[in-house]
Design a protein around this ligand. Structure first.
Ligand code: HXC
Ligand code: NAP
Length: 287
């Protein structure tokens, strides 16, 4: 979507960059000329991804282990990226944990685990990189957070994730204002359904995939393509979006609005019934 070399000279850190959407966004950033550090808990997975994407794109991709739940690990990762690339311009908070469960079945630790990865992890990375940029007086930096559409609607059966993503959205909008004076931008993307192994194994295990075909919830009648998300992410981290700050952009084919609109269920009314319904409504006028 963006022109060649649109991200040339930029160094980007992608948390959770070894798999799923993080990997797809990393691939496109590399294609556009960025240097990218990918981080998560599983170093072997990261190294394989870095090797694969470097070979595919010719770009430079660095793999570093870092559990975002631990601030000391995040600071170490930040220092390693800077030692390797010289600087960081962009932080993409993409790492997440999630699984479906009735809330009453969750232990306190299960709830904490999701909050710790999603909300505390985003806070840890944002603080570590933000403080560094402020100390160094480095401007023209930005943070992109991956949330979900249920960050504002809430959602049953994924309550820790909804709670954490709502916090991340509040952090995005708050810091977009507070830290703009340091030359930082903060934005978020709220994806609808984009098939990944990590999400599908935990949200649609077994035959739930067939029983709850998420494409059917989407007005466009399909799930998202990873490149569509990567296009949006590349735009938001690039200088082409320099005046976009504090925004959350939904990319879901209209899914959440379909669930929200009170009369959207009338889609189920067959075309041939509308003549009769119209006649019934018009008949009321004369009474
Ligand atoms: C109930 C569960 C559980 C389950 C784990 N726990 N799975 N409780 N139902 N299915 C409990 C454990 O018993 C334990 O509590 C606590 O949660 C922590 O579990 P651990 O396995 O020790 O945690 P950890 O090894 O840190 O793994 C974290 C994880 C795991 C979140 C549980 O799934 C993971 O690593 N996920 C990372 C990738 C991921 O989730 N990707 C999907 C993102 S999709 P006790 O009390 O027993 O100690 C997304 C949005 C998608 O975010 C929206 C789609 C439209
Ligand atoms: P995924 O492949 O499971 O990605 C999650 C990543 O987070 C993994 O690479 C995982 O790597 C990493 N991670 C988990 N815990 C971590 C920790 N403690 N520290 C560091 N890294 C950690 O799933 P995905 O679908 O691509 O999700 C990516 C993002 O998109 C998430 O923010 C998710 O909420 C969001 N999202 C996805 C969808 C969708 O339809 N797929 C929809 C809405 C939002 P390790 O296991 O190696 O640590």
């Amino acid at each position: 979507m963006l022109r060649d070399d649109a991200l040339k000279g930029k160094t980007i850190v992608v948390t959770g960059g070894g798999s799923g959407l993080g990997k797809s966004m990393t691939r496109y950033f590399l294609e556009l000329g960025a240097r990218v550090a990918i981080t998560s808990r599983n170093l072997e997975k990261l190294e394989n991804t870095a090797k694969e994407l470097s070979a595919e794109t010719g770009g430079e991709c660095l793999a570093l282990a870092c559990d975002v739940r631990h601030y000391d690990q995040v600071e170490t990762m930040r220092d390693q990226v800077i030692a390797h690339f010289g600087k960081v311009d962009i932080l993409l908070n993409n790492a997440a944990g999630n699984f479906i469960s009735p809330t009453e079945r969750l232990s306190a630790n299960a709830f904490d685990t999701i909050i710790d990865i999603v909300l505390k992890g985003t806070k840890n990375c944002t603080l570590a990189f933000g403080k560094h940029w402020i100390d160094q007086k480095q401007e023209n930096t930005n943070v992109l957070n991956i949330v979900t559409t249920y960050a504002w609607t809430g959602s049953a059966y994924v309550v820790p994730s909804a709670t954490a993503k709502a916090g991340v959205l509040a952090m995005t909008r708050s810091l977009a204002v507070e830290w703009a004076k340091y030359g930082m931008r903060f934005n978020a993307i709220a994806p609808g359904p984009f098939p990944t192994k990590g999400a599908w194994d935990r949200l649609l295990p077994g035959d739930l995939k067939e029983k709850f075909d998420l494409a059917k919830k989407v007005p466009l009648k399909r799930v998202g393509d990873h490149q569509e998300l990567a296009n949006l992410a590349a735009y938001l981290v690039s200088d082409f979006s320099a005046y976009v700050n504090g925004e959350v952009i939904t990319i879901d084919g209209g899914e959440w609005l379909k669930g929200a609109g009170q009369f959207n269920l009338l889609e189920a009314v067959p075309e041939e019934m509308w003549d009769m319904l119209e006649a019934m409504i018009r008949a009321r006028k004369s009474k």
